[in-house]
Design a protein around this ligand. Structure first.
Ligand SMILES: [Fe+2]
Length: 142
């Protein structure tokens, strides 16, 4: 069974981002289960909907954080999000239409995308968030 395994190198150090990623991985694994056990049924469609909805929500949160700190590579990062979401929507449409997919290839693609994106892109956002946070002036106590 294909499952995405969390490894500690995926911790970005941002509790907001890491918490979202944990939930995202759970939804991804739920989708993998349905793809392998019951392709074409309602459970798979629901798993796909759940994954798309949460991915959208999570990307929105990351993008809002990038905007808040005026992150320098926000546009390129957002473009990666937009492309993946489009691919997820296309995959769902194909599955809903009863199309056959190469399940191991799709599962490997999605797992590799998430791992690579976290390691290459989200790590930098988390580092920028940390830097921004430590650069903020201390609150006045009087
Ligand atoms: Fe991201």
């Amino acid at each position: 069974m294909t499952q995405f395994s969390w490894t500690d190198d995926l911790y970005t150090g941002s509790s907001l981002i890491d918490g979202d990623h944990g939930k995202l991985i759970g939804l991804l694994n739920a989708l993998f289960d349905t793809l392998e056990s019951a392709q074409g049924n309602g459970r798979m469609s629901k798993a796909m909907n759940d994954l798309i909805a949460y991915t959208e929500e999570h990307f929105g949160r990351e993008e809002a954080e990038m905007q808040r700190i005026q992150y320098v590579a926000a546009l390129a990062h957002k473009a990666e999000h937009t492309k993946l979401l489009k691919q997820l929507v296309e995959l769902k449409a194909m599955l809903d239409a009863g199309g056959r997919i190469n399940i191991p290839a799709v599962s490997n693609f999605l797992g590799a995308w998430l791992r690579d994106h976290i390691l290459a892109a989200d790590m930098k956002v988390a580092a920028a968030l940390k830097k921004h946070c430590s650069a903020e002036p201390a609150p006045q106590l009087h």
